[in-house]
Structure formats: C-alpha cells, structure tokens
Write a protein that binds this ligand. Structure first.
Ligand code: DUC
Ligand code: ZN
Ligand code: ZN
Length: 474
C-alpha cells in the first residue's frame, strides 16, 4: 500500500501540541514519531508533505449537516456531492447528516432514502442521524433496529415546528425511554414551537412581516424553557443521553450547565453563526436582506442584556458546550429565501457553513477565546467520541483513519462568494470576513483531496460510517 509522510509539522490533539512526523500507510495512520524519525525514503513512501510551520490536525468532523433537506417548500441547495466537496475545502473529512422520517412514514424507508442520496456522491466519509418526526409504535421499534443493525445510534426530535416535525412531551418521553433501553443518544431541537407559533401569528396579524421578526418571535426564553423541559424528560426517562443541538442562547446554556453540575448525561453543541453573528448585524438589515440569516434557533441580540456570545465562548471553554457543528442547511437567496417575501414565516430556515467551521473556530484561537487543543477537541475529537467513531476518527494515532488536515496558521482566508466559496449558495452568511489561518492540505483515509488550493478528490471516495454508541458517557 502507498505510504505518505507528513513531516516537520506540529501535531495537535486535545492533550497537547507536539512537533511530530506522521507516517500514513494506505488508509490509516501507521505511526507518529519524533521529528526526523522517519526517512523520506521509508519503504513504499510515495509522497512527502512538508508541514514546516504548519499544524497537523485530525480532519474536521461536522456532526450536523442537512444536504438536500426538504424544508419550507424547497430543498437545501447542497447535494451530497457539492456539500461534501465544500466540506473538504474547509478541512472537514467526516459529516453526519440527518435522515428524515415524518408522521406516518416508515423510519427505515427514510434512512434508505438518505443512503440513496449519498451513496457514490460523497468526497469524504459520512454517517447519519435519524430524525424521528412522527413518534409511534413502529418508529420506536425502528429506533432499536437502527441502533442495533444500521450504525445509526442517534435520533433527533423537534420541540419546534408543530405540524411538521414536532413531537409533544408524551412522544418525546416515549422516544427517550426507547433510546434509554438501547443506549442511543437523543438529539433535541429545543424551542417551544407551540408558543412560537402564537407569537408568529400575532406578528403577522400586526403586519410585522420582515425577516427580523423571525428573531423577535423566537425569544431566548423559549429556547431555555424547551431545553429545561428536555432535560427533565431525559431524567424521567432514566438519564438517557441528551444532546441539545444548535444552542444559541445564554439562558438555554445555563440550563445545560446546571444539569451537568447535577451529574446528568446532558451535552450541547453550538455553531459558528451564534458565536460570530448577531441579530442586529444580520436579520435586522433593511428590506428583505435579513432573510439570508433566517435559521432556527435564531441569531441572538447583542443588546438584550444576556451576553449570548460571551457565554457561548465560555461554555466552549468549560465543556458545557462540547462540540461546534454548523447546522449546514443552505438555501439560495434568489427563489429560495425569496419564498418568504412579505411573510418571514415562509423563509426557509437555514444557513450554509460547512466549508467555514474550521477557520471560523480557529479565529477563536487567534482572538484568545479558545486554546489550540480545545479547537481540535470541539471540532474533531469530541464529535468522534460523542457519536461513536473514536478512535477511528477524530485523533491522529496509529490505527486511526488517515483523515488529516494540514493547517497553515500563517495565511489568511477571505470568506465570500467573490472569493469563490464552494457551497451551492448565491451568497455567504460571512461575506467579507477575513480570518487568520488557511486549509493547506486535506487527506481523507490517506487520499489527498485538497492540495495547492485545488480540489483533487473525487465523488464516491467517501464511505458510509456505521457508528457505535456514544463513547462520551461516564
Ligand atoms: N433549523 C434550521 O435552521 N434549518 C433546518 C432545521 C432546523 O432545525
Ligand atoms: Zn434543529
Ligand atoms: Zn439542523
């Protein structure tokens, strides 16, 4: 099997920052040695990557993407082909996407549809969570089957979107009890959708139709309330592992912190948009432009006295926020976001960002809000452990898949459509951002997919990863 040597770089793991050389044999990491330990002429060594002055990082793992998601009368605009290629450009080597089941539908058929969409299309490896949008006896049975036989060990429920994907408290409790029985993880979209729908109807009746009202009708208190309720239900269900997705609010985070201090199996993620963008700078732009940033949970205000961004950064440092994902759910402005002209509630919810997570979070390192080790832990290692892929993914150790990102801290990245992002979107949520550091080289299972500012991978290289149970529990 062909060997590749990455030499003279600094290997980053949650445990530290070490100058080291990495020898790859075929698809896996063969050995990690002191600088100079391996000769360029190691037997079978076909490629030497000089990482002098660069960081050598496990490939990024984005555990929350929605390729081709049917939503709001349209489909998320990235296919598995375009979305995983954009992910590779951004130093990501594994995504976990969400297969969908709705009320009355068969869960296994939903999963099969996602396999059909992804198979033979992906540039990098991929796994699936399963959305359970209709909790009934058959769906509960399928949860066990997927956990035991399909490598799908995490299930997303919605406390938002009544009539679409919403589960009531009884349905949530039953799904949590089932997950507790089979060891699966419950992922929760925690917003009080019943109350939100009342606020939305009242806003529209007043004639408040602009995108900013998407934010005003989803107050942080309704994220905090739902987060609290999910924590209580998970406890009643037998301390089932609960992972609250796309956390955006300081008051919701406080609920997580309290539960964790009480020893509960409660985890949470946030996304770069909540760390870097505010309601005032985005949703509140004049006219319809704010539609570009309509997503749920919404971007939060910097003037409501709650210090959302400051607290989210702190949560990342204290581990009350364990993971940074993107909730990549792109829609074009033209024709897709425009479905909500004159009625903010019809704007498809979602922001694309799978390409920018590693660089946006590295900017947190540059600004002193995150350590290098924690950058890797929240973007690479914990995602693998939380969702049953460790140590095959998320760490550079012998025997692991050779998913490697060589990161150049001395270059800069300019984000925007003029700088040719690779997501299938006609705008960027981060247009004009200039951040320090840049993806240099990306390897997926030993194969170079990004090199010299070019994509050299191929669709179909990416494989489905059957996942084990979460490895992040005490
Ligand atoms: N939130 C979004 O913004 N888009 C898709 C689904 C979701 O929960
Ligand atoms: Zn969600
Ligand atoms: Zn999502």
């Amino acid at each position: 099997m062909a060997r590749t040597l990455i030499k003279n770089g600094t290997v980053i793991s949650p445990a530290g920052v070490e100058p080291a050389d990495v020898l790859i044999d075929g698809e896996t990491i063969a050995s990690v040695g002191a600088p100079g330990f391996f000769a360029d002429a190691e037997p079978g060594c076909e490629k030497v990557i000089d990482a002098t002055g660069k960081h050598v990082v496990p490939g990024g793992i984005d555990v929350h993407t929605h390729m081709e998601l049917p939503f709001g009368g349209t489909f998320a605009s990235d296919t598995f082909e375009t979305g995983t290629r954009a992910a590779a450009w951004g130093g990501v080597t594994t995504i976990i996407d969400f297969a969908v089941q709705r009320t009355g539908e068969d869960v296994q058929a939903g999963l099969a549809e996602w396999h059909r969409k992804a198979e033979g299309e992906c540039a990098i490896d991929y796994g699936f969570h399963q959305i359970i949008g209709g909790v009934d006896d058959a769906a509960l049975k399928s949860m066990k089957y997927l956990t035991e036989h399909e490598g799908v060990t995490s299930f997303k429920l919605f406390m938002a979107y009544p009539g679409v994907l919403y589960s009531d408290d009884g349905q949530i409790l039953r799904a949590m009890q089932t997950a507790a029985e089979c060891g699966a993880m419950i992922m929760m979209h925690a917003e009080n959708g019943i109350a939100i729908d009342v606020l939305v109807a009242q806003a529209l009746a007043r004639g408040d139709t602009d995108p900013v009202h998407h934010g005003y009708t989803r107050p942080s208190a309704l994220e905090a309330e739902a987060t609290h309720r999910a924590i209580v239900l998970a406890d009643v269900a037998g301390n089932v592992p609960l992972y609250v997705v796309h956390m955006s609010a300081a008051d919701a985070l406080e609920e997580i912190a309290v539960a964790r201090r009480d020893g509960r199996n409660v985890f949470a993620e946030t996304c770069p948009q909540y760390l870097w963008l505010t309601l005032e700078e985005t949703l509140a732009r004049p006219g319809f432009e704010g539609a570009k940033w309509v997503c749920s949970t919404p971007l939060r205000s910097s003037t409501d006295g709650r210090h959302h961004q400051e607290n989210l950064w702190q949560g990342l440092r204290t581990n009350d926020l364990a993971i940074v994902s993107t909730d990549h759910c792109p829609f074009c402005f033209k024709d897709q976001k425009e479905l909500g002209l004159g009625d903010f509630s019809k704007i498809p919810n979602g922001i694309g960002g799978v390409e920018h997570r590693m660089e946006l979070m590295y900017q947190g390192v540059v600004t002193g809000q995150l350590s290098l080790e924690r950058w890797v832990e929240t973007c690479c290692t914990t995602p693998a452990r939380m969702f049953g892929m460790y140590p095959r993914k998320g760490i550079i150790v012998p025997g692991a898949d050779a998913d490697v990102l060589v990161w150049d801290p001395n270059r800069q990245t300019t984000i925007g459509i003029d700088d040719k992002h690779h997501m299938n979107m006609d705008y960027s949520a981060y247009e004009g951002f200039v951040v320090d550091g840049k993806v240099d080289t990306v390897l997926s299972r030993g194969t170079v997919v990004i090199e010299d500012d070019a994509y050299v991978g191929r669709k179909g290289h990416g494989r489905f990863i059957a996942r084990e149970l979460s490895q992040y529990l005490v």
